[in-house]
Ligand binder design. Structure first.
Ligand code: NAD
Length: 357
């Protein structure tokens, strides 16, 4: 073998030996969903559609009833099914990289902090917690244990929402002057109506969507607030949380936003972004699919409907988190984003005369 062939062969051998390493670092992120309710079910479907994520374990209080279906669907070993008591043992499970917290709101902080102590990354559902104090504890715990913390704001990861944000910020509707939004529904039941588990009413569950989208697109934090709360439906259903809330936020630039949410109004989910030269109207804005917008810009009329199908937003979201873990980068919606929402929602509740924290 001549020298040139030998060098070529050595280079090929070196490249081949590097391959398994590269493949290893691109292994899918292995998730354990915590709480197997509606949203974890969708998240697991999203992982099944992703090459970057997979579900390898489960955490549930109802293993006999819920685990077999997911074991069969996703090839999860019964040995990888945990409950809320032995949850901390995930620390010793090398087949779990991250947890996905799909529990009632008041449980997010505890299960995030326990995961951090177990050395697992955390993707936590919104609202991040039920107070800004809890958010800070979650951020501190994840920092201390050197794990990533991301809040599951799926809207931020929808390509069409990113396009809407970019268009609004690019000057296509002139200077952004204000927003009107809302997310209204009337079918709510279960833990969402129990303050101990939910932390608050429709604002923490639904109103958070337009509020977060407004903050995200505005690119600044609201500085003053006004709000009204009302519960019109009589009876025990709304004994511990508000039915409806309407609020306004004023930002340092002078931008004004008004928005609301309800558990008693069978309304829609929308956001209007108003500029000095045009407007973008997004409706439906916050459902799992069917995102649609139209408007008038300085370039002419615009109109689009997303072809994405549930659970595409969750797949984009999970993929982003996987990339952050692989590349050691900060998630676009890290704990700080959840904290800012809680600070704003606490201010809104205070303005309505019904403080939550
Ligand atoms: P869910 O009621 O369908 O599921 C909650 C899960 O928590 C269930 O598996 C339940 O068994 C378990 N759980 C454990 N302890 C419980 C307790 N003490 N009381 C009640 N349930 C208990 O709720 P969900 O709709 O899946 O919501 C879960 C979280 O996900 C909430 O924080 C919610 O705000 C969030 N969420 C996010 C989105 C989104 O689009 N990002 C949509 C829906 C819900």
């Amino acid at each position: 073998m001549d020298r040139r062939s030998f060098t070529k062969l050595s280079l090929l051998a070196a490249a081949a030996s590097a391959l398994p390493l590269r493949a290893e670092s691109q292994q899918p992120i292995r998730f354990a969903p915590v709480g197997l309710g509606t949203i974890s079910n969708i998240f697991m479907e999203a992982c099944a559609k992703s090459s970057k994520c997979k579900v390898t374990a489960l955490v549930t209080g109802h293993a006999a009833e819920k685990a077999p279906k997911y074991e069969a669907l996703y090839g999860i070993s019964p040995k990888s099914v945990y409950n809320y008591e032995n949850y901390d043992e995930i620390a010793n499970d090398p087949d779990i990289d991250a947890v996905y917290i799909g529990l009632p709101n008041s449980m997010h902080a505890e299960y995030t902090i326990r995961a951090a102590k177990a050395g697992k990354h955390v993707l936590c559902e919104k609202p991040m917690a039920i107070s800004s104090a809890e958010c800070r504890q979650m951020i501190d715990a994840c920092r201390q244990h050197n794990v990533k913390l991301m809040i599951a704001y799926r809207v931020h990861y929808d390509p069409m929402w990113q396009q809407i944000r970019d268009m609004a910020r690019s000057g296509a509707i002139g200077q952004i002057q204000g927003f009107q939004g809302g997310f209204y529904g009337s079918k709510t039941s279960g833990w969402r109506l129990d303050r101990k588990l939910a932390g608050g009413g429709s604002l923490l569950d639904l109103g958070i969507y337009p509020m977060n989208a407004i903050r995200w697109i505005a690119g600044e934090e609201p500085a003053s607030f006004s709000a009204q709360i009302a519960t019109k439906i009589p009876g025990p259903r709304f004994a511990s949380v508000e039915e409806s809330i309407e609020f306004t936020m004023k930002f340092p630039s002078g931008l004004l936003a008004s928005s609301g949410s309800s558990y008693g109004e069978a309304g829609g989910a929308y956001l209007s972004i108003d500029g000095t030269e045009g407007n973008l109207w997004v409706e439906p804005a916050f459902y799992y699919q069917g995102l649609r917008f139209h408007g008038d810009t300085i370039h002419g009329p615009v109109s689009q409907i997303s072809q994405g199908r549930q659970p595409y937003q969750f797949t984009h979201e999970a993929d982003h988190f996987a990339d952050c873990i692989h590349n050691n980068t900060e998630p676009a919606t890290a704990g700080d984003e959840g904290l800012k929402d809680l600070l704003a929602m606490e201010a809104i509740y205070r303005a309505a005369g019904a403080p939550i924290a």
